[in-house]
Design a protein around this ligand. Structure first.
Ligand code: NAD
Length: 314
């Protein structure tokens, strides 16, 4: 029997890559989003334009019956957006999550996947030991985006406890790759740095902060592999999906320069940086056989040319 999957947020970066993967895996897929994917026509069997802040739209998205629901729709962006759009995030993303999880619970689905984030964790000291998934509590996320994700996790887990469906909750690390947001204010650090380097004739670029913040980035194909492994597993607890490769923002800028063949000289300017340090356990996802295939240099070598192309043709 062909499995049926609903992907909410199918017009976005990760959602559109996930739809490709599910179609390749033999699923019948309905995508739902407030917009179509920006770069390519969705290969989904059906694509529903739906504002999931509307409860009726969420019910309509679930019509027809599904085995699996992947909930990735969110009002979303990098640090600049997260710090400037707090009420928008709290209002829009919360309504989306409330509506989709309720509609899924009423639609008798088997499994519900939620895209959460490592933004649910508190800030860390440099050199601090890894945080495991259980260390999300006592909770102290750095921003409202993280608090909204925690709420969504708890909502999904409560429906699962009632037996309405099985829950799979992933906490994504920063994801990057081709066909991600690269300009306009919602882009994340890897895409923003690729764009700035591509635009700069002499390699001088403005970068927020002082370059010392530590981050980990996961390439899109690896993240989608992690999502599929988690969904197919029996792991019902929240699960980090990321890599063990950590770099400072300064090192990230240098790596982008190497990939671009430019000598990058960053000017450190004031801007929203977010937490200072990250160090998360990936033991849980790795216990499901997951290993990232792309290190940061490989992933950037696939991402930079795509962003450079956008810059040139814009
Ligand atoms: P994205 O912005 O590209 O995708 C989100 C999609 O949700 C967009 O296509 C958007 O149109 C859609 N959406 C927004 N409001 C909607 C509404 N009212 N109704 C229907 N659709 C709506 O973001 P992404 O990077 O693909 O992220 C996907 C998910 O993964 C999000 O939940 C995000 O919070 C989570 N996440 C992403 C990252 C990352 O690094 N990209 C990291 C952690 C968690």
């Amino acid at each position: 029997m062909t499995k049926r999957a609903l992907v909410c947020g199918a017009g976005g970066f990760i959602g559109s890559h996930l739809v490709n993967r599910l179609v390749n895996d033999g699923y019948w897929v309905r995508g739902a989003d407030i917009k179509h994917p920006e770069w390519n026509a969705s290969p989904a069997d059906e694509f529903l334009i739906a504002d999931l802040r509307d409860p009726g739209a969420a019910v309509a998205a679930l019509e027809g019956g599904f085995d699996e629901v992947y909930q990735l729709a969110a009002d979303m962006g990098g640090m600049g957006f997260i710090h400037s759009a707090e009420t928008q995030i709290m209002h829009n993303s919360m309504l989306i999550n409330v509506n989709v999880v309720q509609a899924a619970a009423e639609a008798d689905i088997e499994r519900y996947f939620l895209a959460s984030s490592v933004c649910v964790y508190r800030d860390m000291e440099l050199g601090e030991a890894e945080l495991t998934e259980d260390d999300a509590y006592p909770a102290l996320p750095d921003n409202e985006y993280g608090w909204e994700k925690l709420y969504a996790e708890r909502a999904v887990a409560s429906y699962a406890r009632e037996g309405r469906f099985q829950a799979r909750i992933a906490r994504f690390q920063n994801c990057y790759g081709p066909e991600g947001t690269w300009t306009g204010g919602r882009e994340k650090a890897p895409a923003a740095l690729c764009r700035k380097v591509a635009e700069s004739a002499d390699g001088s670029i403005d970068v927020w902060g002082d370059g010392s913040a530590v981050r980990s980035f996961i390439y899109i194909d690896d993240l989608v592999e992690g999502v599929r492994r988690l969904m197919d597993s029996e792991m019902s607890d929240p699960t980090n999906i990321g890599t063990r490769e950590y770099v400072s923002v300064k090192q990230l800028a240098e790596l982008v320069g190497e990939v671009a063949g430019k000598r990058v000289s960053p000017h450190w300017v004031e801007g929203p940086v977010g937490v200072q340090n990250r160090n998360f356990s990936n033991d849980r996802i790795e216990s499901l056989g997951f290993q990232p295939k792309f290190d940061l240099a490989d992933g950037l070598a696939r991402t930079y040319p795509w962003i450079k192309n956008q810059v040139v043709s814009s």
